[in-house]
Design a protein around this ligand. Structure first.
Ligand code: ZN
Ligand code: ZN
Length: 144
């Protein structure tokens, strides 16, 4: 059983994940690029039952980035933390960058490469998806 911890930039919000991570993807969609202020967002999916906040829940704010998706972030430092999905309430999306410690799983591909920043070149040989491979693809391998 793996146990990972993560935190926001100001360290007020901390959280814990138990069990295996789902597949890891680099998402190049314009919303992820804007939310992270980066070329892409590296993210994985976990079951909600694997996740718990350890501190700072009162510092969380949320933003509905679509009818389906709600983003959680630290109100003090702005760090992006998790995403929830109305159509898959048992699953969370989580930014890999906030996690600490050794992560042995490797990214499995690139999502929304049609929206990729023009100034960023993908230089690895991972599979590229022009869009969303479907929630099932992201959830399928999520173990509890
Ligand atoms: Zn913070
Ligand atoms: Zn995205």
């Amino acid at each position: 059983m793996t146990e990972l911890h993560g935190k926001c930039l100001c360290e007020a919000v901390t959280y814990q994940i138990t069990g295996n991570l789902g597949p890891i993807y680099h998402c190049h969609c314009s919303k992820c690029r804007r939310w992270h202020g980066a070329a892409f967002r590296t993210r994985t999916s976990i079951l909600r039952s694997q996740f718990s906040w350890l501190s700072g829940e009162d510092k969380l704010s949320t933003y509905d980035s679509s009818d389906n998706v709600t983003k959680y972030f630290c109100r003090t430092c702005g760090s992006p933390l998790i995403s929830t999905y109305k159509d898959h309430p048992q699953v969370l999306g989580i930014a890999l960058g906030g996690l600490e410690g050794e992560i042995t799983e490797q990214p499995q591909g690139h999502l929304f490469t049609d929206s990729k920043a023009s100034w960023h070149q993908i230089t690895d040989d991972l599979p590229q998806f022009t869009g969303w491979p479907g929630a099932e693809a992201l959830v399928r391998k999520t173990a509890d």
